[in-house]
Design a protein around this ligand. Sequence first.
Ligand code: ADP
Ligand code: MG
Length: 150
Amino acid sequence: MYHIKTDSEEQTQTVAERLAQYLNPKDVITLDGDLGAGKTTFTKGLAKGLGVKRTVNSPTYTIIKEYKGTVPFYHMDVYRLEDSDEDIGFDEYFNGDGISVVEWSSFIQEFLPEERLEVTIHKTSESEREFVLNPIGKRFEKICEELINE
Ligand code: ADP
Ligand code: MG
C-alpha cells in the first residue's frame, strides 16, 4: 500500500496527472471513497495527463463516458449499478484500446480485471484527502514505486 496526502483540489489533480504519465492502454484504475471524496477530481487530473481537452464531468447518468486523449479514456461511474449484477460489456473496455477509470468500483467487483490499481480516498478534513494506492500485479507495483519516488 502506498499513501499520498493532498490538501487541495489542485494538488489532487496534479498527483493524478503525474500518475497518467505511466499508464498504457488496458490499464484500469479504480476509485472508491464517499461522495465528495475526490474521485471525479482525480479523474479530471488523469484525463488532463492523458491529453484529454474536453471537460470531464461525472457520468452519473450514462455510466460510461469516452474521451479522446493520446489514447481513448473511459470514465465510468457505476454508482447506479449497486445491487445489480448487470454486465454492460466491461470486458470490452478493460481489454480495449484505452485506459479505464472506475468510480465506485466496489459495485462491479466481479467484473474487474485481475490486475489493476485500486485507489481508496479518505476525506480527512474539508480540504485534505488521503489516497491509499493498492497495486495489484507487478506492473502497478512498479508504477507506484516510481510515482512515490518521483
Ligand atoms: P466524488 O467524485 O468522490 O464524489 P468530487 O471529486 O466530485 O468527489 O468532489 C470532491 C470535492 O471535494 C470537490 O468539491 C473538491 O473541490 C473538494 N476538495 C477539497 N479538497 C480536496 C482535495 N484535497 N482533493 C480533492 N477534492 C477536494
Ligand atoms: Mg464522482
